[in-house]
Structures are given as C-alpha cells and as structure tokens.
Design a protein around this ligand. Structure first.
Ligand code: ZN
Length: 505
C-alpha cells in the first residue's frame, strides 16, 4: 500500500472516530434522560445534546470528509481498499450526500419544524385535536417530498425514504409482501375473532411485586446470553435499547404492577436488540459499520426473542416453573398450558403497540399504505382521519372512536420518520425466515429451548448476523444465511400453524 493511501486511510479513520465518539457521548446523555435524569437539568441537557449533534453533523459534512471521499472514490485508490474500509467509506458517503444535497437553511428549518411538531403532536393526541397537528404534518410531508426531489429517486418517490431505514427495499417488493399478508392474515384474524374458544387472561392482571418482576427479568436476560459486563437493565417509561459501543449496550423495561408479562416481553425484545449490538465484530468498532445492517434486521432480532422464543410453548415448558417460584401465590392455580394461551391471546386492538403477533402487521399495513399515498400526492393530510378509520374497519374489523386512538397515536410522523414503519413488519418476516433456517442448521433446536440452552441459539445468531454489523446489506445477510430473498411465507405459515392450534380452528 502506498504511503499516501495509508496516511489518508489513517486520517479518514481518525475523523470517523471523532464522529463516532460524539455519537457515543450523545447516546449516554439520551440514555440518562430516559432513565431518571433530574427534571431541572433537562433544558440544559437538551442544549448540550443539540450542540454535540451539530458538531458531529459538521464533521460528517466537512470539507475534510469531502476530500477523503473523493480521494477514495478514485478507481486506483478504491481498488486498493480492504472490504471493511470500502464499506466504511460507503457509509460515510451516504451520510455526506444525504446532508450535502439539502441546502443548509432548509435543513435547519426542518429540524426546528419537527421538534416543534413533536410537542404539538403530544397536545393534539391528548386533546383529540387533529386540526391542531394538521398544518405541521402538511409541512413535514412537503419537506420530505422536496428532500426526495433533491436526493433523487427510482420508480417511486417512497423508495428513497424506505432506503433510509432498509437499504435496497422498494415499493414493488413491499406491495407484493403486503398483498400476501392481506390475503392470509386478514382472514386468519377474522376467524380467531369468531372462534368459540377464547383464552382466559384475567390472572395476568393480578398484582405482581416490582422487585420480583425485576428479579425474573434479570434471570431471563442472563439465560439468553445478554452480557451484563457489557450492559445493564434499568426502568424507563417506554422500553428502549441504547447501543453505545459493543462493550456498553444498555436496555430498559417498564414494570406495571398489574401487567407483569409486559416487562418480561419488553426485556426479551430489548434484549434481542442488545445481543445484536453486543456481538458486532470488534474490527468494526469506531466506524459507522458498528451498528445493525438495517432497522428491519435489528427488529428481526428483537422479535425473534420476544415472539418466536418468548411466546413459544417450549420456552415456558422450561421457565414456567421458575416463574411460579417467583410468584407462587398469583400462579398457583394456573397451568402451564393456560399461561401459554393467555400470553398469546389475539384481540384486534386500536393501538399498534398493544397489538398481538397476528394483528400487528395489519397495523403496519395501514401506515404503509397511507405513507406511500401521501408521499406520492395521492391523498391529502386532511383526508387521513377518514382513511385511517376505513382501513381499520377493513383489516381489523374495528373503528377508533376518535383520532387519539386512531391517526394520532404514533409519534413517528411528527418526527418526520416516513418510511420507518415497514421495518416492524420486515422484522417479523425476517425473524420467521431466520427461525426456519435455524431449525434446520441447529441440531435439536426445540430441545435447546426446552433445556434452557438459549446461549447456543444466541451464538448462532451472533455468527450468522450480528458479527457483520453494517458491513453487508440486509438482503445480502438474508441471502447468505437462508439462501433466499425475503419471503413472507415463513411468517404466515408460522402464524397459521401456531394460532390454529391455540384457537382450535
Ligand atoms: Zn424494537
């Protein structure tokens, strides 16, 4: 390697590290805000985060970065880079282009608009007042359409937004996926609703001591291979994962005294996200490759642990007796079978975050169809409340009584996150597809769960997915592991088989 190339490479990596370290600091500050920072310190904290973010932004879009990127873009130089350097340059170029193509004033205007919109949205949701939020949402959609014009797009404007969260995903692929889901999941949900047998889940609403809940959560996280020397569990209003670096990946859960299963499922979910970040290969640390390949793939890991493992019969065959030991009074008359059915109860709900495995993707389908139409100018913001109600009726058979429980329920649009929602369904689909492969490749998958040897499953996921970080695209990882492109059949089959048995259909 020439001396110049080597110098440039070192200089570039040093610059990327500076960006990365700013982000590390920001992540810790955010984590602290979410886990009990004193109220009086919040305003200044927000300023500190804003200032550090601006610094990181300046570094990512600096002339220094621009010079490195054009140097590495020269065919002579790029051909001499190793795969990690090539990918590290690719990710920085993405960031650089994304911001450089937007005029500075326009970007500032958007940042101010979305931060205002989030607090307006909170009021609008609280007071069931869509009209209050409407002008903000109109402007946010407008900005996004302008960004797409500046960034450019292929085939469909919405593709550019999808690509931000799921590189390579397109409307064409998603339309096919959702068509398949609509034709099989809508009827399945309807049949379950009409079924004569409905699981009894009242016992889950008894009082469960907070400390005992925590004890069980810690136990389960340890069993699944979450490394407590590289993380910690705290409580927050909404559960989240903060990946600072592979040696520091923190998770939170929320303890409800009368709904203990919520904290267990959240810990499994966030624990799944955390295993991903804890097991990224050390070579990628300090670059922008040290994160998940996409939002969808990240979500596949959380859903794998929460649903495929955590809501399975074999998991509770192993751990239900442990749970009974922690809560002997509450669970003494509840059989393992009744418990399994209760935590898998399907009930169409108005609220996405309360949805079960079967109806969850229908909530996402509604958001996907609305976002795609908005960005392509086929529907106006003013029409959203009605469109929402119609789709709820068609897919879930229920209609929200007001906009707070309808179109105003999620924060995503107020923050400008268009194109994000499909990640949740992609995560579900990936998780079932990976599960199918895991069962073929890991000998006695079921008995590993039955024997509590969950760490062996974690090792498989780490080797096949986690270690690559963002080095490969999500579609490349999926192809490498499962030998196929994304295929929704595995998830639909999984849901049909599981729920036909539970509901005796
Ligand atoms: Zn998640």
């Amino acid at each position: 390697m020439s001396e110049e190339l080597n110098d440039r490479k070192n200089g570039f990596l040093e610059l990327v590290k500076r960006i990365r370290y700013h982000n590390d600091a920001i992540a810790v500050l955010h984590w602290d805000l979410g886990t009990g920072a004193p109220r009086k310190g919040v305003p200044q904290r927000a300023e500190v985060i804003g200032m550090l973010s601006a610094e990181a932004f300046k570094l990512s879009t600096s002339d220094e970065m621009g010079n490195y990127l054009s140097y590495f873009n020269e065919p002579d130089n790029s051909s001499r880079l190793d795969p990690i350097m090539k990918a590290a340059v690719r990710e920085c170029r993405k960031e650089y282009d994304k911001y450089k193509k937007i005029p500075e004033e326009m970007y500032k205007g958007y940042v101010i608009l979305t931060s205002e919109a989030e607090s307006v949205w909170e009021d609008a949701k609280k007071n069931n007042d869509f009209e209050l939020f409407k002008p903000y949402l109109e402007k946010i959609v407008d900005y996004n359409v302008q960004f797409i014009e500046l960034w450019g797009y292929k085939e469909n404007k919405y593709n550019t937004l999808l690509d931000l969260y799921e590189p390579g995903m397109t409307v064409e692929k998603l339309d096919a996926i959702f068509t398949e889901l609509r034709s099989r999941i809508v009827p399945l949900a309807a049949k379950i609703k009409e079924a004569a047998y409905q699981p009894e889940d009242q016992f889950l609403k008894q009082y469960f001591d907070r400390l005992k809940q925590e004890e069980f959560n810690l136990y389960i996280l340890g069993r699944m291979g979450y490394d407590f020397d590289a993380g910690r569990l705290d409580e927050s209003e909404h559960p989240f994962t903060t990946g600072i670096n592979p040696g520091d990946v923190r998770i939170t859960t929320h303890y409800y005294p009368n709904n203990f299963i919520s904290s267990v499922m959240s810990s499994l979910h966030e624990g799944g996200h955390a295993l991903y970040e804890q097991n990224i290969c050390a070579d990628l640390n300090g670059t922008l490759l040290c994160e998940g390949a996409s939002m969808g793939l990240h979500e596949s890991q959380s859903r794998f642990w929460e649903n495929i493992i955590g809501r399975s019969r074999s998991f509770w065959q192993k751990y239900y007796s442990e749970l009974q030991k922690v809560f002997p009074e509450q669970l003494k008359d509840v059989s393992q079978d009744d418990f399994y059915k209760a935590i898998n109860k399907v009930k169409p709900s108005l609220i996405r975050i309360e949805a079960d495995e079967v109806t969850y993707n229908l909530h996402i389908m509604i958001r996907y169809e609305i976002e795609k139409a908005l960005i392509n100018g086929e529907i106006k913001v003013a029409d959203l409340p009605e469109a929402w109600k119609e789709k709820m009726k068609e897919y879930l058979g229920i209609v929200p009584p007001d906009d707070s429980k309808g179109v105003l329920q999620d924060v995503h649009w107020a923050g400008g996150s268009f194109g994000y929602f499909p990640s949740y369904t992609l995560g579900n689909i990936y998780s079932a597809q990976l599960y199918n492969t895991a069962r073929k490749e890991i000998k006695d998958f079921d008995s590993l769960v039955l024997n509590g040897e969950l760490f062996k499953i974690k090792e498989w996921l780490a080797e096949k997915i986690h270690k690559h970080g963002k080095l490969l695209k999500p579609s490349e990882i999926l192809m490498q592991v499962t030998g196929e492109e994304i295929n929704p059949e595995y998830m639909i089959d999984y849901l049909e088989n599981k729920y036909k048995e539970i509901y005796k259909l």
